[in-house]
Ligand binder design. Structure first.
Ligand SMILES: *[C@@H]1O[C@H](CO)[C@@H](O)[C@H](O)[C@H]1NC(C)=O
Ligand SMILES: *[C@@H]1O[C@H](CO)[C@@H](O)[C@H](O)[C@H]1NC(C)=O
Ligand SMILES: *[C@@H]1O[C@H](CO)[C@@H](O)[C@H](O)[C@H]1NC(C)=O
Ligand SMILES: *[C@@H]1O[C@H](CO)[C@@H](O)[C@H](O)[C@H]1NC(C)=O
Ligand SMILES: *[C@@H]1O[C@H](CO)[C@@H](O)[C@H](O)[C@H]1NC(C)=O
Length: 298
């Protein structure tokens, strides 16, 4: 029930009001009608976007690389949401990178890569100043943040007080949210203890990972709600990735899957030993669209 996708909306704020300089460059009319989505996360969201490559624009709403991007699994949820479940023109800047953690010094990433902090730096170095090519405002921009998968996967077995460690992770997480603040959309950690990678481990190891993951998700949900209530004008939408994944994994045939333990073949839920298939991502995209149905995006 907790930890649905969080979409937090803060309306006018000093930082945004400060950047009202008129644009010198004429912008195409359709760009003026675009809504913006800035995404941060790991491989579950990444599509290989480069800040120095082609930028999102009408007709090419995710910029680079070409759709569906370098996801490793085919089109992912944010691909589907941007071009299929969208109910407006969405220009998606996806700063997510495979293997990423919240803070790479706190939990080493699975791959040496750009953590949440660095991804927010990427955003600040690119579109935060609202160039004419990305005329976003507090009303037409959304931030999605999906972190915790690698943080938990790479630290659940370290012993000590994992709950206290989750608090540390979430504090650092919100240090970054504070830098984005207008709208933030946060899925919780899905049941990674059910990935083929974890199925090769003992039941007690999987149980341990589940309990650490649940602790993180409960804390995240509490924190997002308190954060939203402390910021007037903030609105939170939550997608419970844990429930969505478990629903499908508990009744795979209903969702068109024939196997939830093997991977990479037609009918398999998993694309590889740690990532859901594109067919599963299509379900997540639909779930996200349901959660965000009262917004301009989906
Ligand atoms: C959805 O996105 C596609 C790709 O950018 C765009 O062509 C289409 O017009 C959008 N749909 C709506 C209803 O705006
Ligand atoms: C990242 O984690 C390290 C190690 O705990 C810490 O020293 C550093 O301050 C953190 N960075 C940020 C931006 O929170
Ligand atoms: C996390 O998942 C990846 C699979 O992508 C695996 O290679 C890695 O060893 C995992 N970390 C732990 C501690 O199990
Ligand atoms: C995640 O789903 C599992 C299985 O339904 C459940 O046991 C667990 O409590 C859920 N975790 C959270 C944080 O809601
Ligand atoms: C899933 O695939 C694996 C590997 O091919 C197989 O061992 C297992 O029996 C399959 N499960 C089902 C429910 O078909």
């Amino acid at each position: 029930m907790l930890s649905k996708l969080f979409l937090v909306t803060a309306l006018a704020s000093a930082a945004f009001a400060a950047s009202n300089c008129p644009s010198k460059r004429a912008t195409p009319a359709d760009l003026q009608h675009a809504n913006f989505w800035f995404a941060f996360g790991d491989s579950y969201t990444a599509r290989g976007f480069s800040t120095t490559g082609t930028i999102p624009a009408p007709g090419n709403p995710m910029g680079n690389p070409a759709y569906p991007g370098a996801t490793g699994v085919g089109a992912n949820w944010i691909d589907f949401d941007t071009v299929e479940f969208n109910k407006s023109l969405i220009l998606t800047y996806d700063y997510a990178v495979g293997g990423a953690t919240i803070n790479g010094s706190l939990v080493a990433p699975t791959l040496k890569t750009r953590d949440f902090i660095t991804q927010v730096n990427d955003f600040e170095g690119q579109v935060a100043k609202k160039p004419a090519t990305a005329p976003w405002t507090s009303k037409n921009a959304m931030f999605s943040i999906w972190f915790g998968i690698n943080d938990i996967n790479n630290s659940y077995d370290k012993g000590g007080d994992r709950g206290a460690f989750s608090d540390t992770l979430i504090n650092q997480y919100f240090n970054q949210v504070q830098r984005l603040y207008i709208r933030t959309f946060v899925p919780c950690v899905p049941p990674i203890y059910r990935t083929p990678h974890m199925l090769t481990k003992s039941q007690s190891t999987r149980d341990l990972q589940k309990s650490v993951m649940d602790g993180y998700n409960y804390r995240l949900a509490v924190r997002v709600h308190s954060w939203a209530s402390q910021h007037p004008g903030v609105k939170a939408y939550i997608w419970d990735a844990n429930v969505s994944f478990n629903d499908v994994l508990n009744d795979p045939k209903k969702y068109g899957f024939s196997n939830i333990t093997s991977y990479g073949k037609k009918g398999d839920f998993w694309a590889n030993n740690f990532h859901p298939s594109s067919q599963a991502h299509h379900i997540w995209a639909q779930d996200v669209a349901t959660v965000l149905k009262d917004t301009v995006w989906l």
